[in-house]
Design a protein around this ligand. Structure first.
Ligand code: PHE
Length: 507
């Protein structure tokens, strides 16, 4: 086909794109064509452009760019750990004991601060009398008054995302190497340019000729269709992807967990987030000096700081005896002086085992099959595998001949219905179960630990007059979702990344 034949066959929109490119100059983005050409939608431009490309009149050059954004602007506002460390060391007179570093930066930032203080040559470290002393170097002191390159880049990122080309490579490498600082995404951009053939067609004089894209009854009845030109139908034309509305993947996995347990004959239960330590720990035979009770592991509440146990007075006496000497359970107990005050401390539940034990306490006589899928709280630093709030898949079975094999069987059945090939159990330890086990599932060629399980001890069941064995488990929900979703970082489950959500398949 020669240029004039091609011109003859051009649609209205194709002509419009060509004329726009001629007017604005070649090498502009579809968005610019949209603006300059008076199109109403980008898809019109892209439709016409892909036709023009297939006819050899323009080329659409695609290039992928990496774009960087801040993961948590808070860190930049507060200052990097090494900067706060240097400020703290300076405030302390220019040197500080390494063991005091957690007074100037958060505890979990200490190793990060030390690493970067060293790499940036900001301090000297010397041993003196069994202590390591950190002293600011010349560079450390001058750092106080100056912003380093990496900090400059972070500050510009506060103002908005930047492309790879806008960030010095060495700094980019350094920032990418730091955990949780910046996020990377790929963006494809397109440029439309005229080819020689395109120029040639244009030089023949392209006129805009109206075209009918949609035949209407009115067009037919009025006879207007006669003499009009129609747009050709093209099945290869560009069209934007459309994404169906769907539930969030986590909600879908939660629905699936619920459906499976319900199909297996369980009922769902839940309880309050705020609990007295008594129900979260004491009734579960967890001694009052157990490490999990420490502030670093458990969120205790200020308001209310305690929950009065008058309602559970009788039970409290029984539990006190169980802890102190075993009471009537046949156990020796933990052999210490049990404190009511400690038991009344208010906390955010650290596991949903509190939900199942409370349910058992209220239903001690009949067989029980219940599960819960709900949130728990632990005072943990956020990283790729930990969140301070997460969800547990908890459950119990209480019935006459309940056994360890049955417990493993139930877990196996649940995980196999969730799509996991196999599970295995290892011995574990929980104060409230015997035997106790850790549950692992096989996924993508690896064993992954997903939770704990066991049979409640007599110290737990006897105070409620429970006669039958109680099988219990608590499994991590987010870990399971990560495996199913192929995520390496648990935080990705909770960030709203629209692209990822749109593209997530419905499984
Ligand atoms: N509560 C335990 C946890 O949070 C899990 C568990 C539940 C273990 C029930 C044994 C029995 O890790």
């Amino acid at each position: 086909m020669n240029a004039s034949e091609i011109l003859e066959g051009l649609s209205y929109q194709e002509r419009k794109v060509l004329i726009t490119l001629q007017r604005t100059g070649s090498g502009i983005t579809p968005e610019q064509v949209l603006e300059a050409g008076g199109f109403s939608q980008l898809v019109e431009v892209m439709n016409a452009a892909s036709w023009l490309q297939s006819k050899g009149l323009i080329v659409i050059a695609e290039s992928a760019q990496r774009i960087y954004s801040l993961r948590s602007p808070g860190i930049v506002e507060r200052g990097l750990p090494e900067r706060r460390a240097v400020q703290g060391i300076q405030a302390a007179g220019g040197s500080l004991r390494m063991s005091d570093l957690d007074k100037v930066v958060a505890k979990d930032e200490v190793p990060i601060a030390i690493g970067w203080l060293r790499r940036k040559n900001l301090v000297r470290m010397e041993k003196a009398g069994g202590e390591t002393i950190i002293t600011l170097t010349e560079q450390g002191r001058s750092f106080l008054g100056a912003e380093l390159e990496d900090e400059k880049v972070l500050r510009t990122l506060m103002a908005g995302d930047r492309s790879e080309a806008e960030i010095p490579q060495a700094i980019l490498l350094q920032l990418k190497g730091r955990q949780d600082l910046i996020a990377e995404r790929q963006v494809v951009s397109r440029l439309l340019s005229l080819t020689e053939l395109g120029q040639q067609v244009l030089s023949l004089g392209v006129e805009l000729k109206e075209e009918i894209a949609q035949l209407t009854p009115e067009l037919i009845q009025s006879g207007k269709w006669k003499g009009s030109s129609f747009r050709k139908y093209d099945i290869n034309t560009f069209a934007p992807a459309t994404y169906a509305a769907k539930k969030h993947p986590l909600t879908r996995i939660a629905d699936e967990v619920r459906r499976i347990f319900v199909q297996m004959g369980f009922q769902e239960i839940d309880d309050e987030y705020v609990q007295p330590a008594f129900w979260n720990m004491d009734v579960l035979f967890t001694p009052q000096d157990h490490p999990a009770r420490e502030m670093q592991d458990t969120f205790y509440l200020k308001n209310p700081s305690s929950i009065c146990l008058d309602q559970d007075k009788e039970l409290m006496e029984v539990i006190k005896a169980v802890h102190e000497n075993g009471g009537d359970t046949g156990s020796l107990g933990w052999r210490y002086k049990w404190s009511r005050k400690e038991a009344e401390r208010a906390l955010l539940r650290t596991h949903t085992t509190v939900t199942t034990i409370r349910y058992l306490a209220a239903h001690p006589d009949q067989p029980v099959k219940v599960f819960s899928l709900s949130r728990v709280f632990r005072n943990e630093a956020i990283d790729a595998t930990h969140l301070p709030e997460f969800v547990q898949i908890e459950g119990i079975i209480m019935e006459e001949n309940a056994s360890f094999d049955m417990l493993v069987g139930i877990l196996k059945e649940f995980y196999s219905r969730m799509g996991f090939e196999a599970i295995r159990v290892r011995p574990g330890y929980f104060p409230y179960t015997e035997p106790s086990m850790e549950v692992e599932v096989f996924w993508n060629g690896k064993w992954m630990e997903l939770g704990g399980a066991g049979i409640f001890r007599p110290e737990v069941t006897a105070p409620f007059g429970i006669k039958y064995p109680v099988l219990a488990w608590g499994q991590g929900f987010e870990r399971l979702a990560m495996l199913r979703w192929g995520l390496k970082d648990i935080r990705d489950l909770y960030v709203t990344d629209m692209d990822m959500l749109r593209q997530s398949p419905i499984f």
